[in-house]
Write a protein that binds this ligand. Structure first.
Ligand code: ADP
Ligand code: ADP
Ligand code: MG
Length: 498
């Protein structure tokens, strides 16, 4: 076998994802370099690495986003490759280009793929030739109000105005009525300009009851591409995920294959290599539509690792070294079920407002089927400068119900004081009848959650949950009967029962 070219990796990130990447590097016998800002001097990722370098003051534009400084460190320390994690510079084509120009390996796709998929409009246009279902809408930037009005009328309200350069759930506006289109267009454009430095927006149909289901892909530099099945990411707040699971309870083997093949089409459209995620919206008829492609490792990648047994970071590194994939589509199988909850420093009672403060108590759960990817320790402060995610808690079992019960057990063991987190909300969601039955969409929070539910005493909460579950099941039976008679019930609601 050819010898590994990569002997030292710099991880251009912080927190849980920096440690996640370094763990695999260490298993592969690769040395690691951490970078950190003044706010992260005491962070576990700094201690975990073989070497660590301070890159500047706390604000990310003075530290984690300093491209030239990061590249200089690589040259000084003889680093062979950079892993960008997610967020920060991970989807920055300029950075990828600069890294390559200095002879350093960027662990990720080509600059071309990042450029095409980083822009939602460019992405839509690139995949056109690949027979990928698209959300009804336009594929060009719209600035003219009269044109916007005409497009919205053609598509039919409600419509969604989206920033082409958008990301992280930002830059989206729903327009319900014609009289609001003018104002919302103006707002969307100025928001896009200030958030992303690009005021291009486009308009698409707003899907009323969507599920967000995404496909993990892996490709090597020799043209081989495979899909590692789906992740169900419909439990969201602010258009951002909080609970993810794999597999999804609504995909049939046929639909899984069709979505997997569509995802491969998207990847082919930009000659993709590395690990990537193709996001889709699935509507009530189980029709699916391309949303966007994320050209990096995703936050929720662990659930895919758990059900496929594949270390995605190891594959990323091997692909970056030029190795062909060591498995084919036929080798890949789904085993069991895995659920991830994101533990954010946020207050679910205050509309999920991010919080800062100290982790007075911090004790993680353990035991069978539990994985915690985190980047903090007891006594540490959660800085205001970065994403407020503290940890990812992953529970895996033989089937969905075992994974769900395991997750509830683990949430119960997790001890965090000094700061509000999303754990209570996640526990509520996992006990909810809609989650149990699999009958939910991206509006779970709006439709099923009220802050006062979290105040209920634990026992009381459980009684409510059990009652809700029984109620949901009863409703489902009735609905199934109704649907059998009228054929009107949404298909996923029926399939979710099977
Ligand atoms: P995932 O699909 O992997 O869950 P998220 O949308 O949750 O991705 O984003 C992952 C991280 O990257 C978050 O910290 C988010 O704030 C950040 N992020 C994603 N896209 C952008 C962007 N275009 N600009 C700034 N930050 C982004
Ligand atoms: P981002 O780059 O911010 O991740 P996405 O295009 O992936 O943007 O959309 C993020 C979320 O917004 C989706 O998971 C979904 O909940 C919602 N969303 C996006 N497009 C639509 C649409 N056309 N109809 C309904 N919901 C949508
Ligand atoms: Mg997205």
């Amino acid at each position: 076998m050819s010898e590994s070219k990569i002997k030292k990796i710099l991880v251009a990130n912080r927190g849980e994802i920096a440690i996640r990447v370094m763990r695999t590097a260490r298993e592969m016998g690769i040395k690691t370099v951490a970078i950190y800002s003044d706010a992260d001097v005491h962070s576990p990722h700094v201690r975990y690495a073989d070497e660590a370098v301070n890159v500047g003051p706390a604000p990310s534009n003075q530290s984690y986003l300093k491209m030239d400084r990061i590249i200089d460190i690589c040259l000084e320390l003889n680093v062979d490759a950079i892993h960008p994690g997610y967020g920060f510079l991970s989807e920055n084509a300029t950075f990828a280009k600069k890294v390559a120009e200095k002879g350093i390996i960027f662990i990720g796709p080509s600059t071309h793929a990042i450029e095409v998929m980083g822009d939602k409009l460019a992405a839509k246009n690139a995949v056109k030739a690949y027979n990928v279902p698209m959300i009804p809408g336009v594929n060009h930037a719209v600035t003219d109000l009269a044109e916007a009005r005409k497009i919205a009328e053609d598509i039919g309200y409600p419509v969604l105005i989206k920033a082409s350069a958008g990301g992280g759930g930002k830059g989206m506006r729903v327009v319900e009525r014609p009289e609001d289109i003018q104002e919302q267009m103006q707002r969307a454009m100025s928001e896009a300009e200030s958030a992303f430095g690009d005021k291009s927006v486009f308009i698409e149909k707003y899907i009323g009851s969507p599920r967000h289901i995404e496909i993990q892909v892996l490709g090597d530099q020799h043209g081989n591409l495979v899909y590692l099945f789906e992740r169900e990411c419909s439990i969201q707040r602010r258009h951002q995920k909080v609970i993810e699971e794999a597999p999804s309870s609504v995909l049939t083997p046929e639909l899984r294959k069709a979505m997997g093949e569509a995802a491969i089409g998207v990847a082919k459209a930009c000659d993709y290599y590395g690990a990537g995620t193709v996001e889709f919206i699935v509507d009530e008829n189980l029709d699916f539509f391309f949303l966007e492609m994320n050209t990096r490792l995703q936050v929720e990648h662990p659930v895919t690792e758990e059900i496929t047994g594949i270390d995605l970071v190891k594959e990323q590194i091997r692909i970056a070294e030029g190795h062909p994939l060591s498995f084919s589509q036929e080798d890949l199988k789904i085993k069991g079920h895995s659920i991830e909850v994101r533990v954010y420093a946020e207050n679910p009672k205050e509309n999920f407002l991010p919080e800062t403060g100290r982790l007075e108590t911090y004790k993680i759960p353990q035991g069978p089927g539990i994985r915690v990817d985190d980047g903090f320790e007891e006594g540490m402060d959660i800085p205001i400068y970065y994403d407020p995610m503290i940890a990812k808690l992953v529970a895996t079992g033989e089937n969905r119900e075992q994974a769900r019960m395991r997750m509830l057990r683990a949430i119960n063991e997790y001890e965090i004081t000094g700061i509000s987190t999303t754990l209570d909300f996640c526990s509520f969601a996992l006990k909810h009848g809609a989650f149990i039955s699999g009958d939910f969409d991206t509006k779970f929070v709006q439709n099923h959650f009220k802050p006062e539910y979290l105040d209920a005493h634990n026992e009381e909460e459980e009684t409510i949950a059990i009652a809700l579950a029984a109620y949901a099941l009863e409703e489902k039976k009735k609905a199934t009967n109704r649907a059998d008679a009228s054929g009107q019930l949404s298909k996923w609601k029926l399939r979710a029962k099977q």
